[in-house]
Design a protein around this ligand. Structure first.
Ligand code: ZN
Length: 500
């Protein structure tokens, strides 16, 4: 692509600022996968320095001047105009917080991540509380600065993860979803027929689980020449560009599902990162539309594809190569175990129906942390109360309660709602793709996922950050985002499995 001299100058300066963010991401990935515990203090210092340097570059007068000169030559409505608009939004946001606060946030995140890991292992929230308190204080300050006078700090945080999202828009969406989910889950409980999950249990050596998961990730299209899979305490995906995407996983040796679906989930994120337009790499639009859109890709591959009969027709045929000592279960025996609906304590291992209740619990707590006087010392009790109300369960200890997620230790408040948005988007996208492509499960049964990936590449991945998620979904599916597709799928499966 030929660029004008002004465009050259703007994109060059933008890339220099963005590359510092990529460098920090590599160090963050290393911190979660490889770094020894005593490296934490030095790592925190380095990440703080990188955050401050990036902040400085984003706000440097030469970048702003280059942006304005470039913007002046862009035709209205053009791709370049969208690039300039996106850059302006990011620079404007960064300009609202001092570099010292950006550096303090990065250092506090590093410290909190380390104490969260120790606290989680020891099941002791108090070990985490001081670092969380410091980090929350910084995030509150940042959110207030982003929101500006009269603005809502929690909305500013939501907007960072999923542009355009507000608390006021989420409240009725979540309330409507809960109103439909609660009776469905209650019906399942009242059916008194627990699903036989023995097909998913047995003895699964970790290395075989890794290879089985990686085989499936490669089959759906994840390119291991442009990605890796490593162990970590918490599964996640980091993209440093379409050519370098890192997935992590963890496993349970007596049940293949947590590792397998965890890997498939992260590979779904990875496909999005690998599929971003390479022509836009390191430009303002060369990123995912938002975290809800990101989660829609992981959930689509994990749930709509990975829990389908077609998919398992193919995967069970491959099973003996990986688990020779563990006879492959029959499809009819396994399928219900992939959709068992049962309130549980751990979000990442929750079934599709109850998952969104885990998100609603966190949304409620975050709203109160930012706008309801909830403080860190009251979090464990407030957490347990939310779980009692929404899921009817009480954690036996903080390790399976308030300490289970990494997000707050990363300062990522306002992130959780994007999981439910992603679930809704995933179901709606899958329905639309199935309508257009037809016969998808028959292709899955033959190990062929290319048509679906191609559809997602064109409608989602290759769009980069050109459209906000709401618009992206409207264009891809022809409808506004809503809970109907998700609820339709859940009802169909649960009615079959539990004979409701
Ligand atoms: Zn995810």
């Amino acid at each position: 692509m030929r660029r004008s001299p002004r465009a050259e100058r703007f994109f060059g300066l933008w890339q220099a600022a963005r590359d510092l963010r990529v460098a920090a991401s590599v160090l963050e990935w290393d911190q979660e996968t490889m770094m020894p515990p005593r490296g934490a203090a030095a790592r925190g210092r380095v990440l703080g320095a990188l955050a401050a340097a990036r902040h400085e570059r984003l706000l440097a007068p030469d970048l702003r001047a280059a942006l304005e000169e470039f913007a002046a030559e862009c035709a209205p409505g053009s791709e370049d105009a969208a690039q300039a608009a996106r850059a302006r939004t990011e620079i404007e946001r960064a300009s609202r917080i001092p570099a010292s606060l950006a550096a303090a946030e990065a250092a506090a995140q590093s410290a909190a991540l380390v104490s969260w890991q120790a606290a989680r292992a020891a099941r002791d929230f108090q070990r985490f509380a001081p670092d969380l308190r410091r980090l929350l204080g910084i995030v509150r300050e940042k959110a207030a600065a982003w929101a500006g006078p009269g603005g809502r700090p929690y909305d500013a945080l939501l907007d960072e993860f999923e542009p355009g999202t507000t608390e006021a828009a989420l409240l009725p969406l979540f309330a409507g979803l809960r109103a439909e989910l609660a009776p469905l889950i209650a019906q399942v409980a009242a059916s008194g027929a627990p699903v036989d999950e023995s097909a998913a249990r047995g003895a699964f050596p970790p290395d075989a689980q890794r290879r089985f998961g990686a085989m499936a990730a490669a089959a759906i299209g994840f390119d291991f020449q442009a990605g890796r899979l490593d162990r970590a305490a918490h599964p996640f995906c980091s993209g440093f560009g379409p050519g370098d995407v890192r997935l992590t996983w963890r496993c349970q040796e007596d049940d293949f599902r947590p590792a397998f679906f965890g890997i498939l989930h992260e590979a779904g994120h990875g496909l999005y990162e690998q599929g971003l337009p390479s022509a836009w790499e390191a430009t303002p639009l060369g990123e995912a539309a938002g975290l809800g859109a990101h989660e829609s890709q992981s959930r689509l591959w994990e749930n709509a594809v990975g829990r389908s009969r077609g998919f398992w027709t193919w995967a069970l045929a491959r099973w003996p190569e990986f688990f020779p000592a563990q006879p492959a279960p029959g499809l009819d025996h396994l399928w219900p175990a992939l959709h068992a609906c049962r309130p549980s304590l751990i979000r990442v291992e929750a079934d599709e129906a109850t998952y969104n209740l885990h998100v609603m619990a966190r949304f409620e707590l975050e709203r109160r942390l930012f706008d309801g006087g909830l403080e860190v010392e009251d979090l464990p009790a407030a957490w347990n109360e939310q779980y009692r109300q929404l899921l009817g369960l009480t954690p036996a200890h903080d390790g399976e309660g308030v300490l289970q997620d990494i997000h707050w230790a990363m300062g990522a408040f306002g992130y959780f709602p994007s999981y439910t948005l992603g679930n809704l988007m995933a179901a709606q996208l899958y329905e639309a793709a199935d309508r257009e492509l037809g016969g998808m499960e028959a292709s899955f049964a033959a190990g062929d996922f290319a048509a679906l990936l191609g559809w997602l590449r064109a409608r989602i991945h290759q769009q980069g950050r050109r459209h906000a998620s709401a618009e992206l979904i409207r264009r891809a599916t022809g409808a506004e985002l809503g809970p109907e597709a998700l609820l339709r799928g859940l009802r169909t499966r649960l009615h079959e499995i539990y004979a409701l």
